[in-house]
Design a protein around this ligand. Structure first.
Ligand code: PGA
Length: 257
């Protein structure tokens, strides 16, 4: 049975005080919940990874990075290596987010390099893929998704389904308030799962978590989770609010019963 993942992506939001007060607000509620089939994740900026990890160490929450360098180490000012993330005890990192692809020109090949560095260091990548509005309007969604999967996962060995998560994030739905409908997202998630079955094994495809991202919030999460191939959310804006984050965890817990 696949887990339901509620992964918050804080992007470049929250300063130190705001990080501390968010942790204070969610710590006790998290400790009072039973997380058999739900996995809560938060991805703060690099600056606060350790703080979040320390503050929430007694909870089920996993702390994730938002990106990683494609280099091992060396003269790469401003970059953070997979080895550094692993040395903090992190188990997850987002990779290939459309904002990194757009702002830093991360190609599928670069995303693949980053993903391999994470895996080499025992960190599970949350691989983001998704089409632009222009591509969707031209009917190219399926083709773009296949190209991203093939480019980012070329010759990447997956031993078990827990080696990777995939997040389908249509670019036109990110931060726009415009969510893909459950049906629109499901259509792409089904395609991704089929590609995984064709490329790897049926069992791996069945067990791998595929998240949806793009204006997920408490009011639309249940509808998305009711789709057979949607296993959670990668959530930006709504994850910045402790009450909304907890509410989405409650929705996931309810759905997991
Ligand atoms: P959003 O961001 O929920 O604010 O649309 C999602 C993401 O970019 O991961």
């Amino acid at each position: 049975m696949r887990k339901i993942v509620i992964a918050g992506n804080w992007k470049m939001h929250k300063n130190l005080d705001e990080v501390y007060s968010f942790c204070k607000a969610i710590k006790e509620p998290l400790m009072n919940k039973k997380f058999d089939r739900v996995l809560p994740i938060l991805a703060p900026s690099f600056a606060f990874l350790s703080i979040l990890k320390d503050e929430l160490q007694d909870t089920a929450l996993q702390v994730a990075a938002q990106d990683v360098s494609c280099h091992n180490d060396g003269a790469f000012t401003g970059e953070v290596s997979a080895n550094m993330l692993a040395s903090l005890g992190l188990n997850y990192s987002i990779v290939g987010h459309s904002e990194c692809r757009n702002h830093h020109n991360d190609s599928n090949e670069v995303v693949r390099e980053k993903l391999l560095k994470l895996m080499d260091n025992g960190i599970k990548p949350i691989l983001c893929i998704g089409e632009s509005l222009a591509q969707r309007d031209k009917g190219e969604t399926g083709q773009v998704i296949m190209e991203q999967l093939e480019g980012c996962l070329r010759d990447v060995t997956l031993y078990t389904a827990s080696d990777l998560m995939i997040a389908y994030e249509p670019i036109w739905a990110i931060g726009t308030g415009r969510t893909a409908s459950g049906e629109q997202a499901q259509e792409v998630h089904r395609l991704i799962r089929k590609w995984l079955a064709d490329t790897y094994k049926d069992q791996l495809a069945d067990e791998l978590c595929i998240l949806y991202g793009g204006s997920v919030k408490p009011s639309n999460l249940a509808g998305l989770l009711s789709m057979p191939d949607i296993d959670g959310g990668l959530i930006g804006g709504a994850s910045l609010d402790a009450n909304k984050y907890l509410k989405m965890i409650d929705i996931a817990l309810e759905h997991s019963k």
